[in-house]
Design a protein around this ligand. Structure first.
Ligand SMILES: NC(=O)c1ccc[n+]([C@@H]2O[C@H](COP(=O)([O-])OP(=O)(O)OC[C@H]3O[C@@H](n4cnc5c(N)ncnc54)[C@H](OP(=O)(O)O)[C@@H]3O)[C@@H](O)[C@H]2O)c1
Length: 305
C-alpha cells in the first residue's frame, strides 16, 4: 500500500486526510515514481481552497502538490528514455502529496525531468515552482548582464531563486525587499536587503534606479514601486495574478521551463534553503505554515520509508 494526502471538497487544511492506496501500475507511456521529497508551495493551499477551481477543475478526491523528486520504480509499455532507478523531478499537474505516482513520460505532458546528480532529492523537489517561475520572470523582463534588479518578496521561495538566477544572468546589483529577519540570508546571496512597508520609497532612494523589477510578493506596494521606478512596463513583472495588469504584467511561463532553468544553473552554486521538513502525513501543518507566511525558504514533505 502507498500513502496519499487527499481532499474530498475545497476548504481549509482540515479537509486533508491520508489514504492508503494500492501502489499504482504504470500504463502505456507512464513510469511509477516513488517520491523522496515533495515541495510545498502557496499554490497548494490555493488549490485546496478552490481558488483555481474555474481554471483547473479537479476530480475528487483530489490531491495538492505540484512538485516532487524521487526514483523510477516501474516502467510501463512504450516508454523510451526512462529506466528503473532513474532519479527524476516531477512538476506541473496537481497531486504530488503521495508516496507513489504513475507519471506520464510524454513530452507534451511535460511532467517529468531527469534530476541532475548535483542536487539532493530535497533540493530537486523544490526547484520547479521557485526556480522555474524565477527563470520565466527574469526572461520576461529581459534582465541583461550589468543591470540592476529590484525583487519584491526576495526572501520567499521564488524570490530567493530570482536573486540567485539574476546573478547567474550577470546582474550587477540585486535589491531585495524582505522582513529584517531575512536580511542576513539575502546578504549571503549577494543581494542588498531592504525592509518593505512604510518608508520603503526612502530606503530605496539610497540605491540607483533599477533597470527591471520582479514582484514575488503581490499587493499595492510592490505594484506602485515598480511603476514609479521602472519606466518601461515590459521590464516589470509580477508572479501574483491579483497584482497584475497591463502596467505590471503577469509572468508567462516559458515552454520547457525546468530544463531551461537547469541549463542556466548548470554547475553554478544554487541552493534554496529548506527551513521546514514534515512527514507526508503532517502535510496539513506544513500547508498551514506556508499560508501563514514568513517561511524564509522552502518547506518539504518527506514520505519516509
Ligand atoms: N504565477 C505563478 O506561476 C506563480 C508561481 C509561484 C508562486 N506564485 C505566487 O507568488 C507568491 C509568492 O510565492 P512564494 O512561493 O515565493 O511564497 P513565499 O515563499 O511564501 O514568499 C512570500 C514572500 O513575500 C514576502 N512578503 C510578504 N509581504 C510582503 C510585502 N508587503 N512586500 C514585500 N514582500 C512581502 C515575504 O517576505 P518575508 O517572509 O521576509 O516577510 C516572502 O519573501 C504566492 O502568492 C504564490 O502563490 C505564483
Amino acid at each position: 500500500m502507498s500513502t496519499a494526502v487527499l481532499f474530498h471538497r475545497y476548504g481549509t487544511v482540515d479537509e486533508l486526510y491520508a489514504a492508503d492506496l494500492p501502489v499504482p501500475s504504470p500504463g502505456p507511456g507512464e513510469v511509477v515514481v516513488r517520491y523522496e521529497a515533495i515541495g510545498v508551495n502557496p499554490v497548494d493551499w490555493k488549490i485546496l481552497r478552490g481558488d483555481l477551481a474555474d481554471r483547473l477543475p479537479l476530480p475528487f478526491p483530489a490531491g495538492p502538490g505540484v512538485e516532487a523528486a524521487g526514483t523510477v520504480v516501474a516502467v510501463g509499455p512504450d516508454v523510451r528514455g526512462h529506466r528503473e532507478g532513474d532519479a527524476v523531478i516531477r512538476h506541473g499537474r496537481p497531486g504530488t502529496y503521495r508516496v507513489h505516482e504513475a507519471v506520464s513520460t510524454l513530452p507534451e505532458a511535460d511532467e517529468l525531468t531527469p534530476m541532475p546528480d548535483r542536487f539532493s532529492f530535497e533540493q530537486a523537489a523544490v526547484l520547479p515552482v521557485a526556480a522555474g517561475t524565477a527563470y520565466s520572470a527574469l526572461r520576461q523582463v529581459g534582465l541583461a548582464a550589468g543591470e540592476r534588479l529590484l525583487v519584491h518578496g526576495a526572501s520567499g521561495g521564488v524570490g530567493l531563486a530570482t536573486v540567485q538566477l539574476a546573478f547567474l544572468l550577470g546582474a550587477a546589483e540585486v535589491i531585495g525587499t524582505a522582513s529584517a529577519r531575512h536580511h542576513d540570508l539575502l546578504r549571503s546571496l549577494g543581494a542588498q536587503p531592504v525592509e518593505y512597508g512604510e518608508g520603503l520609497d526612502d530606503r530605496l532612494a539610497a540605491f540607483g534606479t533599477p533597470d527591471a523589477s520582479v514582484d514575488c510578493a503581490g499587493g499595492p506596494q510592490p505594484y506602485a514601486t515598480a511603476v514609479r521606478l521602472v519606466g518601461d512596463p515590459a521590464r516589470r513583472v509580477t508572479i501574483v495574478p491579483e497584482s497584475s495588469d497591463a502596467e505590471v504584467p503577469l509572468v508567462e511561463h516559458v515552454p520547457k521551463e525546468l530544463p531551461a532553468t537547469l541549463r542556466l544553473i548548470g554547475d553554478h552554486p544554487f541552493e534554496l534553503p529548506v527551513t521546514g521538513r514534515y512527514p507526508l502525513t503532517e502535510a496539513a501543518e506544513a500547508l498551514a505554515l506556508s499560508q501563514k507566511g514568513g517561511v524564509g525558504g522552502k518547506l518539504v514533505l518527506l514520505p519516509g520509508d
